[in-house]
Design a binder for this molecule. Structure first.
Ligand code: ATP
Ligand code: MN
Length: 463
């Protein structure tokens, strides 16, 4: 008999009274000498399926290996349940055991493990309700992201993960090398001889696909990337990973206003998609961790995001009378306490902050007439702070070069980027969304280590 997934059983794929075959992992077994009940989960849904084992048909011996964590196959009849808590159940006819899970060894006994404990068991935590829900939501959001861009005629562009240009400046980089670290080849002046390295020059893992994304946008019109990004920032925060996934759309003929609208439409689309398609999982996480979750998600969809300049934002913060850990003044890089004050206390909805001081933003951002700000935009969210960072890009070759020289950025490996401005340059814009920050927001989790299957952070690359 062909196996049916539990999610499909609940969706009515098989009529009551029919024979079904299900496979999954045992969450619990309880009962008495006449009847035993197994809660079975196969990962397809947060919902367990109740299996009823009539002990006239099965022996104690047969059921002994059916413990929490074991994997089994059941064939039986789908019936309406008379018990509380479920509408249907399976009257078991046949039991097959795929794999046992010794109760003295299997770490996920029943309920109530802390998220910290589960981080140490990241290889098994997908089998818990919490991580099953998070990983299904993460998968749905990834699909929504592709769908949003594909529906709008954006092309999916794969930018390189290994790069030899480090001037993006978005974060510290992980070097990629095949040189023998214990006897590095040296040049005459004693520095490392990278010409002997694999790529013939110093290389690293990318911190952003943006620069190559711009090459795609100025050819295909509108592209998006969706891939891993690496930052060797030694910051142990609940919002930073050393390896995370980023979505970076880049569009020709977009100014910053178009860019802001796209960013707002995009995050709203993803949140709507999750609410419509991951209802059971979101409901579960809300009931377990955060009663406000669904209200918060709905409220972000209800209003348009506030648009505010950095200068106005700083004035609000200065006038707030609030004692912040880090001081606010014009020119300061805002930290998440400042961002969250604006979003959670002052406006009570997401804020898009624009026109930042050029000194705290990247060289490629379009310079404003005032000579001191650039057309940057950060989307700030409740609970998260910065979820998106982007800008209109400087399209003038002269202005871009002037800024590069001012900052003393070594451009010899960047000739290809400058060519976008030398040949058929156009106004263009783009942004980057940290995928895990979106998943954090939608799941209501508070630590970024809990929304990626296998987190990489300083001192941790297990699994
Ligand atoms: P932050 O100020 O929060 O460190 P950033 O300004 O350095 O972020 P950008 O370079 O603008 O980040 O990257 C674009 C987006 O990528 C950010 O808005 C954020 O959502 C996400 N992001 C950046 N760094 C990380 C990280 N270390 N882990 C997870 N997501 C990140
Ligand atoms: Mn940023």
């Amino acid at each position: 008999m062909k196996r049916t997934k539990i999610v499909d059983i609940y969706a009515g794929a098989k009529p009551v009274g029919s024979e079904v075959s299900v496979m999954g992992w045992v969450r619990t077994r309880r009962g008495n000498k006449h009847v035993q009940f197994v809660a079975l989960n196969d990962g397809s849904t947060i919902r367990n399926l109740q299996i009823v084992l009539d002990m006239e048909k099965f022996t104690d011996e047969q059921l002994r290996p059916v413990t929490t964590g074991s994997a089994i196959h059941i064939e039986g009849i789908l019936v309406e349940s008379m018990g509380k808590g479920q509408s249907i159940e399976i009257q078991a006819e046949k039991l097959e055991i795929f794999g046992t899970a010794d109760p003295d060894e299997y770490p996920l006994q029943k309920k109530g493990h802390t998220l910290e404990f589960l981080r140490e068991k990241a290889h098994l935590r997908p089998r818990t309700n919490t991580f099953g829900a998070i990983l299904r939501i993460r998968s749905a959001l990834a699909f929504a992201i592709h769908r949003f861009f594909q529906e709008r005629g954006f092309f999916y562009l794969n930018t390189p993960l290994i790069t030899a240009s480090d001037c993006e400046g978005a974060g510290a980089m992980f070097q990629v090398t095949t040189l023998p670290l214990n006897e590095l080849p040296r040049t005459e002046d004693g520095s490392i001889d990278y010409s002997a390295d694999f790529f013939g020059k110093q290389a690293a893992l990318t911190v952003s696909g943006q620069l190559e994304g711009e090459l795609g946008a100025t050819a295909l019109g509108a592209i998006y990337t969706f891939g891993p990004t690496f930052r060797a920032e030694n910051s142990n925060t609940p919002r930073h990973l050393a390896e995370f996934w980023m979505i970076e759309p880049e569009m020709a003929f977009y100014d910053i206003t178009d860019n802001m609208q796209l960013a707002e439409d995009f995050v709203k689309y993803c949140i709507r998609y999750a609410l419509d398609n991951c209802h059971d999982d979101i409901e579960f996480l809300s009931s377990m961790y955060d009663k406000e979750l669904i209200t918060r998600l709905e409220s972000v969809l209800a209003d348009s995001f506030v648009r505010l300049t950095y200068t106005e934002g700083v004035e609000i913060l200065e006038k707030s009378g609030r004692k912040f850990e880090f001081p606010v003044y014009w020119g300061a890089d805002l930290s998440s306490e400042h961002e969250r004050y604006l979003v959670e206390e002052h406006f009570r909805r997401p804020v898009i902050l624009t026109d930042y001081p050029r000194e705290i933003k990247a060289f490629y951002m379009k310079q404003n007439e005032d000579g001191r700000t650039v057309r940057a935009m950060d989307v700030l969210f409740p609970q998260i702070g910065e979820i998106i960072g982007g800008s209109e890009r400087e399209e003038s070759y002269e202005k871009l070069m002037a800024r590069i020289e001012e900052l003393g950025i070594p451009m010899k490996d960047m000739w290809w980027y400058l060519d976008t401005r030398r040949f058929g340059t156009v106004p263009h814009s783009g942004f980057g969304l940290g995928f895990e920050r979106l998943v954090l927001f939608v799941t209501g989790m508070t630590n970024i280590r809990d929304v990626i299957p296998f987190p990489r952070t300083p001192g941790n690359a297990e699994f």
